[in-house]
Design a protein around this ligand. Structure first.
Ligand code: ADP
Ligand code: GLC
Length: 490
């Protein structure tokens, strides 16, 4: 058996305490899966009130004092509620204790001091990784997630650490953490790093580059996205940086939390079900139609969307195709929040199609479960999608995904082509072009299959049998860590 590894995750959100997207789901599940597999895993988080007020068994590890613009910074060790995973929380009321989101004020503007807020996260994580923040524990692997945590890789590299490896996971290359270059002085890093060879991106300071340039290994959350980000089309201006590190970049498909997302035990849904007891799904569908004021229509195909409302997610394709699809009898149940213009457009669509289109603007975890359980299909028409979790939730709930053939969507859904149907491998519907017509054609393909109840049930069974548990990605990360440690100077 291989040796137990000490692993420190660094992240800015974690389900259910602070969540803006799938990052929080991954950060909640991967470390727990790694601990269950036998490794010694901890996580370091910013001390937002939602975190500090929830974690248990708090103990001061070290009083750090004044830094990053805060008068008082303290490192706390604790346990996460629920999983009891050991965690470190950075207690700095000045930087983190405020109402609003992790990145934005309640008015939607980015916090003006995000350089300090996430600079501090990276700096503390690097000290933990180097072994000089907590005398009783230090990790062999530092695993940083997204731009908020990326500076950990740079601070650690700058300390010329030995025998430790850093891994940087890109969950979404589109969010890069760009700041005015004059803010670089707040980070205490050498001035020569503030060049295009270092953290500079077209005159700005890029946190994303702090990970891409300095981590020992770079991963992203699906094999397809790992290939895509090396291209101009998906590289978000960083494809050159990524190509330069081609040997160190790989894709590991996310898992899903099969305890949280399980139709057989889900406390949020009307009736629990599984592949052998599908009457429960029919009950969930009827309950959803009632809850969302949709017509009680057994013929209609009920399509759900549970999504951030942004251009990434291709929501404009749904809006443009919606009138003709509704005219063909399709029902839509949408829950999302994000761009104000998209929120308004969905509200207007609901008003225009009472009983056929229902829209909830906002964020509601329990309703997301009811939408995914009750719908026939889930639409994920993203322009790009690093991994995507909702299509996997859909598969597990027998709610067939209708997805654009891109990123993690391409890697998780098998299109119901004639060959795939004949071979018994189909699990959903894919389309290629990012156009309303291509999306509508995929919805039509789903409608056509649904008219054949036996064929639809066969695909549902296949979908529900897919295994997206964290066990496989956990092994893949383990192998990657071992390779990174093998290559690290000792
Ligand atoms: P992304 O992280 O890009 O938003 P993912 O598919 O990886 O996309 O993860 C999205 C996560 O956020 C899923 O857990 C999904 O259920 C959840 N989610 C997105 N929008 C909402 C919403 N309006 N209400 C509840 N949950 C939502
Ligand atoms: C990002 C991506 C999404 C991915 C999630 C978790 O938010 O947009 O595709 O599933 O991170 O890795």
């Amino acid at each position: 058996m291989s040796q137990r590894l000490a692993i420190l995750h660094v992240a800015a959100e974690i389900y259910p305490l602070v969540k803006t997207g799938g990052l929080a789901d991954v950060v909640a599940a991967l470390p727990v899966a790694q601990a269950a597999a036998g490794d010694d895993v901890r996580i370091v988080l910013p001390g937002y009130p939602q975190v500090l007020d929830a974690v248990q068994r708090q103990r001061t590890v070290v009083e750090i004092g004044a830094c990053f613009g805060a008068l008082r910074v303290r490192l706390v060790s604790a346990r996460l509620p629920g999983s009891a995973l050991p965690c470190y929380v950075i207690d700095s009321p000045w930087l983190y204790r405020r109402p609003g989101g992790p990145y934005q004020a309640p008015d939607g503007e980015a916090w003006g001091d995000n350089v300090q807020r996430f600079g501090l996260l990276g700096w503390v994580a690097a000290h933990l990784a180097a072994g000089d923040a907590d005398p009783s524990w230090s990790p062999q692997v530092l695993h940083a997630h997204d731009w908020h945590a990326a500076l950990a890789c740079t601070y650690l590299d700058h300390r010329a650490s030995t025998g430790r490896a850093s891994v940087y996971t890109v969950h979404n290359l589109a969010y890069q953490g760009l700041f005015p270059m004059q803010d670089a002085g707040l980070l205490g890093l050498p001035a020569n790093l503030m060049s295009p060879a270092g953290l500079e991106y077209h005159g700005q300071l890029s946190f994303m580059k702090a990970g891409l340039k300095f981590a020992d290994r770079i991963t992203t959350v699906s094999p397809s996205y790992a290939r895509e980000i090396a291209t101009h089309e998906f590289g978000a201006g960083l494809d050159g940086v990524i190509r330069a590190r081609a040997d160190d970049v790989s894709g590991i498909l996310n898992g899903i939390d099969t305890a949280v997302w399980n139709p057989a035990t889900d406390p949020a849904i009307a009736t629990r079900y599984d592949a052998e007891r599908l009457q429960g799904k029919a009950d969930c569908r009827a309950a959803l139609q009632r809850e969302m004021d949709l017509a009680d229509d057994a013929q209609a195909m009920l399509v759900t969307v549970v999504s951030r409302l942004t251009s990434q997610k291709g929501m404009d394709l749904v809006l443009a195709a919606l009138p003709e699809l509704v005219a063909r009898g399709v029902q839509f149940a949408v829950q999302g929040a994000g761009d104000a213009a998209l929120e308004t457009a969905f509200r207007i669509a609901a008003q225009a199609h009472p009983g056929r289109v229902a829209v909830e603007v906002g964020y509601d975890e329990a309703r997301a479960h009811r939408l995914i359980a009750g719908a026939d299909a889930i639409a994920v028409p993203s322009r790009f999608e690093p991994c995507g979790l909702t299509q996997m939730y859909g598969l597990r709930y027998g709610t067939l995904p209708i997805v654009r053939r891109v990123g993690g969507l391409a890697d998780t859904v098998v299109d119901a082509s004639p060959q795939a149907l004949a071979g018994g491998t189909a699990t959903g519907f894919q389309f290629e072009a990012a156009t309303p017509a291509a999306f509508a054609a995929a919805v039509d393909a789903a409608r056509a299959l649904r008219r054949d109840a036996a064929a639809w049930r066969t695909v549902m069974h296949r979908a529900m049998a897919q295994d997206f548990a964290w066990a496989v990605p956990t092994r893949e990360y383990r192998a990657l860590y071992e390779r990174a440690l093998g290559a690290a100077p000792r």
